[in-house]
Write a protein that binds this ligand. Structure first.
Ligand code: TYD
Ligand code: MG
Length: 250
């Protein structure tokens, strides 16, 4: 789990992991030096010995925009992980209680599948937490074009495939800030060079896009310091067109 300043959401995210029906997990909680009230919420869960906690020491906005922070934290977290399977959550996502159980069962029962994904519910919220819009991301097909179709918090993959990703691309997740808004799509682009994502046709996580989300702050406020410091962002289309050219899955 990556976390930054979502004091009103992060507790729900953490609880959604601690309440999983599948219990043999470690939660690697990577906080990007959040403000005090967020830290306070996180600290209230740290007595659970299934949580491994890391807090970065970044402070300035320049440091926060120089590299894709969550990709950087995930890369560190992967080095701390000892499990057979890896899955991701952000501090504004809630996993359904049976998510780990269902995804682990899927990979256990399909030795040829290296990656699985589920359907996902997305809620767009206003400043008061009211729902402006909602949508469901489906999981119906074996997906060779995952970028921008499948979400960050809807996948699970075998840990050992990361060796191949690192060898080929020299890191796990890409920290290049040109992909700050599409870090998950960029990682899935890497995965799709080698493997497809197998579907579990059920909503197993709920994602909240809030007014504090990176996407909202950068895309709705072009004057924000984050938006001005980030380089021109690469597009979904570029990633997808490149995969189409590679012709995987054909
Ligand atoms: P988030 O604001 O949820 O963006 P999105 O619009 O994609 O939902 O941020 C994504 C993740 O990145 C979230 O887990 C928090 C993390 N993050 C950091 O670790 N450091 C940072 O400086 C920022 C801005 C985000
Ligand atoms: Mg988010």
């Amino acid at each position: 789990m990556t976390s930054y300043n979502k004091y009103d959401y992060v507790g729900k995210s953490i609880e959604s992991i601690l309440n999983q029906t599948f219990e043999d997990f470690e939660l690697i909680l990577m906080d990007d030096n959040s403000d005090d009230r967020t830290q306070k919420v996180i600290e209230s869960y740290l007595q659970d010995d299934r949580i491994k906690y890391y807090r970065s020491d970044v402070t300035t906005i320049e440091e926060r925009t120089r590299i894709t922070r969550y990709a950087h934290l995930i890369n560190k977290g992967i080095e701390m992980a000892s499990g057979e399977y890896i899955t991701y959550i952000t501090d504004d996502n809630v996993h359904k209680p049976t998510r780990l159980e269902k995804m682990v069962n899927y990979l256990d029962q399909h030795p040829d599948a290296n990656i699985c994904y589920s359907a996902s519910k997305v809620f767009f919220l206003d400043h008061d937490g009211g729902v402006i819009k909602e949508m469901t991301r489906a999981a119906k097909i074996v997906q060779w074009l995952a970028p921008c179709i499948i979400d960050h918090c809807s996948v699970m993959h075998r840990a050992d495939i990361l060796k191949i990703i690192k060898k080929y691309f020299s890191s796990y997740w890409d920290e290049d800030p040109h992909y700050y808004l599409r870090g998950d799509a960029r990682f899935f682009w890497r995965l799709n060079h080698f493997w497809p994502f197998y579907p579990i046709d059920e909503v197993l996580d709920v994602n909240y896009i809030t007014k504090k989300s990176l996407h909202t702050s950068v895309l709705e406020d072009k004057e924000s310091s984050f938006a001005t410091l980030l380089p021109q962002q690469k597009t979904c289309k570029g990633l997808r067109d490149h995969l189409k050219k590679l012709g995987r899955g054909r």
